[in-house]
Design a protein around this ligand. Sequence first.
Ligand code: BGC
Length: 519
Amino acid sequence: MSSAEIIKDVELANAPTPHESMDTVSVSGSGKGYVEGSPPDKKTKRTKPFIVLVAFCAALGGLIFGYDIAGAGATFVMDGFQYHFGWKCQDSDPTCVPATNNKINADQGFINGLFGAGAAVGALIGPGLADKYGRKMCLLVAAISFIFGASLQAAAPVISVMFVGRIFAGAGIGALSMCSPVYIAEVAPEHTRGMLSTLWQLSITIGILIASAANLGLQHWDNGWRISYGGNISFAFILLGSLLFMPESPRYLKAKGRDEEAREALARTRYEDELEEELEILAQECFEEKKLGVASWSEIFDVTNKMRYRLLLGIGLQTVQQLSGINAIMFYAPTILNKFFGSSQAIRGTFILNTINCLSTFITIYAVERAGRVRLLVSGGIIMMFALITTAILSSMTQTSSIGYGVLVFAAIYIVGFAYSWGPVVWTVCSEMFPLRARGKATGLTTFSNWTFTTIVGAVFPKASDASLSGCFGFFAVIILCGTVMVYLFQAETATKTIIEIDESFAKHQPKLKREKWS
Ligand code: BGC
C-alpha cells in the first residue's frame, strides 16, 4: 500500500475521539499550564504525510524481523549451506566425512535457539536504552547489532561464527521488536495510531514474503544461503539512514523535560494549528513521569494504576500469540505440507500461505480504528480456533493429497484470522496500553515473553508434531480459546484513546460476561 493510500484511509477512519472527563489531573509546565478538568478537545483529525513516512521507516525493523523468520530456516535444506558446514559431502570431495544426524540437529538447534535467546535478551536490553537515551538511540543500537550479527552469519567460514552472529542478530531484532512499535505508537496521532502501528506487522509479513520468494531462487546457488542470512542488512542500512531525519519521540522528550525539543519534534509531525493543543495533551500525559521519573522494575509489578493487571495482560497476549501456533506454521509449513504433497508443491503451498498472511494484514489497516482492538482480537481468535480444530481433525486422518488440500485451506483460514487480529493487534496494544513512565520496561517484558515462546515453539514443534500433528493443532486451539476469553473479559479498549484515557479505561474496566464496551 502506498503512503498516499494509507493517508486516504486515515482520513476515512477519522472517527470522533470521545474525551471522558478527568477530575484529578493537574498539570503544569505545558507552556500554557493545564490545570484540572477535561483535556482540550481535539477537533482536527488530520495526518501529516511526513508521519506516515516516519512510521514506514520505523517499520523497516519489521522487514528485518520477517525476512529472518522465513530466510534462516530455509537454508537448512539448501545444498550450498549443507556442503559449506559439512552436513553433506560433494561427490567431488572423496576425503569428506559428512556430519552425523546428531551434529546436524544440534547445529540447527543452536542456529534457532541462539537467535531466540539473543532476541529475548535484546528485548530486555532495549528498554534501558529507550528510556535513558531515547527511542531513536534504541533503534540505532539495535540496527548496528543486527548488521554486525548478520554480517558474521553471511560471511561465516565455520559454524561457530554463525552461532555468534545469530546471538547479535537476534539481540538486534529483539530490541527492534520492542522499540519500533513503541516509537510508532508514540509519534502517531491517536486517531491513526492503530493503523500506523499495523505497519509494523505489515512489514513483518512483507519481510517473510520477500525471503520466501528469494529462497525459491537462492536454493539453486551455492552461496545463496549467505543472502538468506544477510539480505536484510540492506533494510537495516536504510533504517540507519532514515534515523538521520526521523524525529525523536515527542513523548519521550517531553517526559524528560526537554520541552523545546519536544515542541520541535511535534511541529514536524503535526499541522501548525494542532500544535498547541497537542502540546497540552502531551504535558498531561508526561506529568506523572516528570514528577516521579521513569518507573523502576518493582513499580512495573505494582498494583497502582492497574500496572500489574496490564503487565500480566500484555504478557498473556504475547504468550497466546505465540502458543496459538503461528510460528509452527511459519517455520514448518513446508514440512507439514510435505506430509501430504511432494516437496515442490509444499514450497508453493507455503508461498501461498505467506502471501495470504501479508494481504490479510490490510484488513487490520482498514478495521483497527473502526472496529477497535477488542473486536478484532475476539473475532480473529474465534476464526483461528475453528480453523485449528478442523486442521487437527484432518491431520488425524490418512494423509492423502485431498486431505492435504483440506489442511492447506484451513491453515489459510487460520492465517487470515491471525493476520488481521492476533498478529498486528497484539503488537499495537502492547505498545500503547502502558503508562508512559512504565512503557519501556513493560513492553520489554511483553516482547521478551513473545521471543521466549517463539523459541520454545520452534524448538519443541518438530518433536511434538512427529508424536502427534493433530495433538499439536488441538493444543493451539485450546490456547487461542483461553486467549480469546482473556481478551473478552479483561482487555479494555484502547483504540483512538490518549494515554490518560487508556489509564481511565483500565481503572474502570470490570470483567463481565456481557461486555458493555466493545470500542
Ligand atoms: C509474530 C511473529 C510471526 C509473524 C507472522 C508476528 O506478529 O510476532 O512471531 O512470525 O507475526 O506474520
